[in-house]
Design a protein around this ligand. Sequence first.
Ligand code: C2E
Ligand code: MG
Ligand code: MG
Length: 623
Amino acid sequence: MTTDDDEVRVFDAAAAAELERQRDTSEMLLSVARALCEPTDLPAVSRIIADAVPTVCQADRGAVILWDETTNMFVVSAIAGWTGDTRRRLELWAGTPFPAPELRELMEIGAPVLLDESTNSWTHEIVVGFDIRALALVPITVAGRSMGFVAAHWAESDPPARLDDTVSSRFTGLAGLAGVALDNNRLAGEIEWNVQHDRVTRLPNRVAFERSLARMIEQADATGAGTVVMVCDIDRFKRLNDRMGQAAGDAVLIEAADRLRAAVRAGDVVARYGGDEFAIAFAKSNSYDEIAPAVARIQRSFSQPFAIDDHDVVLSLSIGWAALGRLETEGSPAERAQRLTAVAETDLMDTKESRRSTRGSSGSHDELTLDTDLHGAVERGEIFAVYQPQVDIASGRIVAVEALARWRHPTLGLVRPDRFIALAEENGTITQIGEHILLSACRDALTWNQLGRSIEVSVNASVVQLEKPGFATSVAAALCTLDFPAHMLTIEVTESKVVTDQSIAQAELNAISSLGAAVSIDDFGTGYSSLTQISNLPVTELKVDRSFVAKIDDGGEKLVAAIIGLSRGLDVRVIAEGVETQEQFEALARLGCDRAQGYLIAKPITSQELLSLLGDPTAVPTG
Ligand code: C2E
Ligand code: MG
Ligand code: MG
């Protein structure tokens, strides 16, 4: 018989033993945790965990098995206590694909399991194959995701009959530590990666580029092989980004990065240098001639359109370069790397500058001034509209005008649209300019109307305006504010632009059309519209480009006849622009053209001048 005292003593002994085990467990796990404070890489973390298995779990051997998502395989990342033949067999096993669906399932259970040869056929295979008596597995979880296992193996000593609380908690504790250490390791790796890479293109960034370049320079010094740096940027990227949105801009950068990477050799370094600028370090190259084939490949790849949001966008690159051989040799490799890239960047700027100045303006300086001065030009009252009359050919009456923007620059005088519209499109001021011209034209037309002359107005819309959702809304607001009848307004859009950006522009144009305003395709015949594309747009007028009109006298009548025929087929109005001679006017009349606009009728004139012209309605060509 046992007395109460005996029971208390037994209980005390059991409690003391349990406490002891808990203390041992804590101490063991603590020492593993301390060891884990040091290592910096995955193999080191795995080794510490595997080494701790025999002591912590009272097993003979241990291993850390990780799931590799890229190869969809389990990989044995560290082992402890495995020797001789079985070690070799384990290493062999680790290097072969091991789909083990059972292991994947166990990973999801989340708790330690004890397996021996009787558990199922695959454990039988493992136990026999590796000369062990039993094994226990506990999943390693990182941020809620199973990453693999800590494994304990019993070969010489007796395996436990079951995983009691103590073994279980030690085992789970060890897997917990492994999870934390692996997560820290992953985070550290990510941080390291982020410091060196651009997230969008996943290319090395400026810091990493200069580091790689410095190493390349060091090697070049040692071997005599040169280095050439090329920097390039995507022309008009900012405009694309503004027009199509940042996601589209990112997609372009990613695609551009891929094309650049594909064009260079192994050993060359492609990096995102910032914004829309990329840098390439060509190893073992001495001059531009040696990188020319790669540059040609790059240019060729950029001649293919970029498919962005269902659009085919054609982009070009500006390129600058510099060769190490031409650089002064003093300074550390890092300093020389920076200098070399700076020289290439200067070359890039020179290229862009000279291209700008050959674009036909009076020089890059002026263009820069214009660019800056365009901001605020509307507020300062420098932008105004002039009007070029359009006559109805049948009646000879002025029925409409095209509003054309002019800029009275404080120092440069009158600037024509060919010099500032493209700039305004690039720097975004076109939206404000466009709205201002629209409002001016509608206001002036209301004045003419009050004076008894009902004149329609045509206003040019840039694709930059059309691409911004809200263009139609702003037109509607203008019409509403001024109480201007929509049917008196035509919006002119340039053919090629409407086509390349069709789907975005289309929605805005449809909205314009539902307001009751007309849509005219300007410069018709010079773009690339297919008939289907034109017939999909809410077009009410085709405007024959003046280059065709100019050829009328020169046997080019057939082309104009074809466009007029086309407009008849589409049931839209047709107007000819740039009509300069009586012969052209008469030919157009003969061909059935509806309206005409050009110097023959009048040059673009102010509202006042128009009024005096209108005062004499016979002021149309009579021969
Ligand atoms: P556009 O819309 O094709 O306008 C016709 C251009 O041809 C005008 O030049 C006009 O002055 C010129 N022109 C008219 N008749 C004749 C002629 O008989 N012979 C010759 N050689 N030229 C003639 P402008 O005013 O310099 O405008 C140039 C372009 O600038 C316009 O071409 C239009 O695309 C753009 N633009 C003008 N104002 C605006 C505006 O307010 N907004 C936008 N987005 N673009 C505008
Ligand atoms: Mg026009
Ligand atoms: Mg035109």
